[in-house]
Design a protein around this ligand. Structure first.
Ligand SMILES: [Zn+2]
Length: 258
């Protein structure tokens, strides 16, 4: 067996690979050991998934949606307390009832206590963050794209030819693995529904945390479309061009393929 990313022998690998990170609530979309070798699995977690998941943009969304990390905790977020002018942390309480606020590390605790004793009300500014750098987003979405493609063809006899030995995928593979060259990989990003949107399919209401699909459009472009917390990211697996998807959206009244 060979690894989808580094193409080296991966027969002794033991870890499964989550196509969408576990800390976004994914437990079902998983690749068996060896499709991504243990070395690449570790590397991709540290250098591709973590920079995206730990960005202010994603931390804010994970906090809002109360999605626990692998360690079963919801990461706290920073905020500014207007009255005491100090940085504070917001935590979801362990009993899931309400949010606690406390001064961030390194801040003057007495200022905070003095301020809340004096005023019965106050204002918190919570930064929701901007979309992270193009390189961070496209390496993350590109990783999902290559793995989603692998999971589709895994049961085919010649799946290796379809993925590992496909030269058309090498440019993206290198972009995900090495982040080099740092030429931007164009992406289509838009909001398709509010972060906390609840879908009602009559039987039960549910919130969609994430979904993805691969769309092959006429121009022979392979697009990975990923929605996370209502944000849609689309990237062309075949090269640095997203015009095909923009045309497709115009022809389809801007409807999401998901
Ligand atoms: Zn590898």
């Amino acid at each position: 067996m060979r690894c989808t990313f580094c193409k080296n022998n991966s027969s002794s690998s033991k870890s499964v690979e989550h196509i969408i990170p576990q800390s976004l609530g994914n437990t079902e979309h998983v690749l068996p050991p060896g499709v991504v070798c243990d070395g690449c699995n570790k590397y991709l977690f540290q250098n591709v998934e973590k920079p995206f998941l730990d960005s202010l943009f994603m931390r804010y969304r994970r906090f809002l949606m109360k999605v626990p990390s692998k360690k079963k905790r919801i990461p706290p977020i920073d905020a500014w307390h207007a009255q005491s002018r100090i940085k504070v942390n917001l935590f979801h309480n362990l009993d899931d009832k309400g949010i606690s606020v406390g001064p961030a590390e390194g801040e003057d605790e007495s200022k905070w206590i003095h301020s809340i004793m004096k005023d019965s009300s106050g204002t918190l500014y919570v930064p929701s963050g901007n979309l992270p750098d193009n390189n961070i987003v496209t390496r993350f979405i590109g990783k999902i794209g290559i793995e989603a493609l692998a999971s589709r063809v895994l049961n085919l006899e010649d799946w290796k030819t379809e993925i590992i030995d496909k030269p058309e995928l090498d440019e993206l593979r290198d972009h995900v693995r090495l982040g080099f060259p740092a030429t931007p990989w164009p992406i289509n990003y838009r909001r398709i529904y509010p972060t906390k949107h609840v879908f009602d399919d009559r039987s039960e209401a549910y919130q969609v945390l994430h979904e993805y699909d691969i769309l092959v459009i006429e121009a022979n472009e392979y697009l990975i479309i990923v929605a996370i917390f209502g944000d849609e990211y689309t990237l062309n697996l075949g090269g640095r061009c997203i015009n095909g998807y923009e045309r497709w959206l115009k022809e389809n009244d801007g409807k999401s393929p998901l």
